[in-house]
Design a protein around this ligand. Structure first.
Ligand SMILES: Cc1cc2nc3c(=O)[nH]c(=O)nc-3n(C[C@H](O)[C@H](O)[C@H](O)COP(=O)(O)OP(=O)(O)OC[C@H]3O[C@@H](n4cnc5c(N)ncnc54)[C@H](O)[C@@H]3O)c2cc1C
Length: 483
């Protein structure tokens, strides 16, 4: 029997689980996929927005600005990369000028620090590669970049350190309320709990419907991206936006925390909640828009294209709170952009709601906010590398040549308390397979390590969830008809 069960292990569910683990209660997290950060939290722009583009007075505005202010501390505690590089919204004509003036005023109402409208000359001095036809830009120094899946993994690991139990591969199928207790039926067994926190992303409306809680609708809105090789990583030094549209913040150009260049996303409402395909139309749109920001941008150095799905609520705002209809049900739903920026604040806000509702729970005297990440071999200096290799010579074996990831890092990812047991899970934690060759060289080696460390047969190793097998047997057995 649990006190609280969080449904969904994206950045929101993991942030709430971590914040709840400050209290002396039994907490579980149910996630249908085999790893954390496989939904929106694994595929987004990775921007910690300043907060000027959310409507004044909205939950989005409040959580964005508050969340942004927590990033320095949270990233340090969790050993996650975060760079406060600032953002620019470019204006190309008078219409854009009105738009950035509106954003400036809205940002002031939202409490965004340091906003300024800069002249074209000032902007071009800061960013010499951008379009010289701009006439001005809105500068927001508090914006930053992070790594969304590393943050989610780190929040989950820190929650585990503090006693939270994670159940990966446990999809919630049905929920019934019996007196003050919820009975949750999952794909792998039943759970009982006093409180539920619904953080199921695009499926959070379906979860609420299982219980007869408040009705809302989640509209899946896809965004596609092109990721460039690291050699283009310093094309821009800040996050560069064009003025937003009714569908979102528009196509941005940004460096990533790992030194790549990212362009995207578009914004297209789709019918199915899991359709993360990319389209030539969408990618062409993204590229054409990005060209307006950087006219010299080519396409040769794109190393990956991908898409993510925003969970847009029909209410037009984040849906955060306690249900009026079902006592003990809480929800953090409709967390589209800027949900990543808001995540640390949403975690605190929701944990506080549960604490107040529960009434008699105590703070944990031994809560530990610190989590140490896997060493980032590539970023170490020579003496640090030498020390690591002396301690364990598997740190001297390079497995992923593009990203300089060692066998030691991969073994650590496989054996941590939240183990990485798929190729994608290892990639999210170590960056093995994220470089120019996109895993062409290292995937077979990683499969051998997984097989050796965990005894998973090679033909049962998957890329991600479901039946995403990488090999299907031995050619000779296939030819003989053995399999
Ligand atoms: C294209 C795009 C760009 C974005 N850019 C930014 C940005 O730059 N900055 C920013 O601040 N925000 C951005 N966002 C928003 C941000 O990514 C999201 O707000 C955030 O990731 C939402 O996290 P979540 O935990 O609510 O959802 P998710 O990460 O989707 O997690 C929900 C989880 O619930 C699980 N689940 C669903 N149903 C069940 C079930 N029945 N049982 C068990 N588990 C279930 C899912 O498997 C999933 O893991 C962007 C989003 C997108 C898609």
């Amino acid at each position: 029997m649990f006190d609280a069960i969080v449904i969904g292990a994206g950045v929101i569910g993991c942030s709430i689980a971590r914040e709840l683990s400050r209290y002396d209660i039994k907490i579980g997290v149910l996630e249908s996929e085999v790893d954390v950060a496989t939904g929106s939290s694994g595929a987004n722009s990775a921007i910690v927005h300043a907060g000027y583009d959310c409507q004044a007075g909205s939950m989005m505005a409040r959580m964005n600005v508050w969340g942004n202010s927590l990033y320095d501390v949270v990233s340090k505690e969790l050993d996650v990369p975060f760079k406060r590089i600032g953002s620019l919204v470019l204006a190309f004509d008078e219409e854009d000028m009105n738009e950035i003036q509106k954003l400036f005023e809205q940002g002031q109402k939202n409490g965004v620090p340091g906003l300024k409208i800069l002249s074209a000359q000032e902007v071009l001095q800061m960013e010499p590669n951008i379009n010289s036809n701009i006439i001005a830009a809105l500068w927001a120094p508090s914006a930053g970049i992070t790594c969304p899946y590393e943050l989610t993994v780190a929040m989950a690991e820190n929650a585990i350190q503090n006693g939270v139990e994670f159940f990966l591969g446990y999809g919630v199928e049905n929920i019934k309320r019996d007196g003050n207790i919820f009975n949750i039926k999952t794909t792998q067994g039943e759970f009982k709990t006093k409180y539920i926190i619904n953080c199921a992303g695009v499926f959070s409306d379906d979860i609420n419907r299982m219980l007869g809680g408040e009705e809302f609708k989640i509209i899946p809105r896809r965004g596609e991206y092109c990721l460039y090789d690291r050699k283009l990583g310093d094309m821009v030094k800040r996050v560069i936006f064009q003025p937003p549209s009714s569908l979102g913040k528009g196509v941005l150009v940004t460096p990533t925390v790992d030194g790549n260049l990212l362009i995207g996303p578009n914004a297209v409402d789709i019918d199915t909640k899991e359709d993360t395909s990319t389209t030539s139309w969408g990618l062409n749109f993204v590229y054409t828009k990005a060209l307006r920001t950087i006219p010299s941008l080519g396409r040769r150095d794109v190393i990956r294209v991908f898409s993510g799905i925003r969970a847009v609520a029909d209410t037009g705002d984040f849906i955060l709170g306690a249900s009026d209809e079902i006592p003990g049900l809480f929800y953090a739903a409709g967390i589209c952009s800027p949900g990543l920026s808001a995540a640390p604040a949403i975690g605190q806000y929701m944990a506080e709601l549960v604490y107040k509702y529960a009434g008699n729970i105590n703070a944990k005297f031994n809560f530990n906010p610190y989590r140490k990440g896997i060493p980032r071999f590539r970023e170490l200096n020579w003496s640090e590398k030498e020390k690591l290799i002396k301690g364990d010579n598997r740190y001297g074996q390079i497995v992923c040549r593009c990203e300089t990831v060692t066998e030691g890092q991969i073994i650590e990812a496989i054996n941590r308390p939240l183990p990485a047991l798929t190729i994608d899970a290892i990639k999210r934690r170590t960056r093995a397979g994220m470089g120019r060759c996109q895993g062409g060289f290292c995937t077979p080696k990683i499969m051998e390590i997984l097989n050796r460390e965990r005894g998973i047969p090679l033909d049962e190793i998957t890329k991600g969830s479901g039946r995403s097998y990488i090999v299907s047997g031995r050619i000779k057995e296939g030819l003989r008809g053995d399999k």
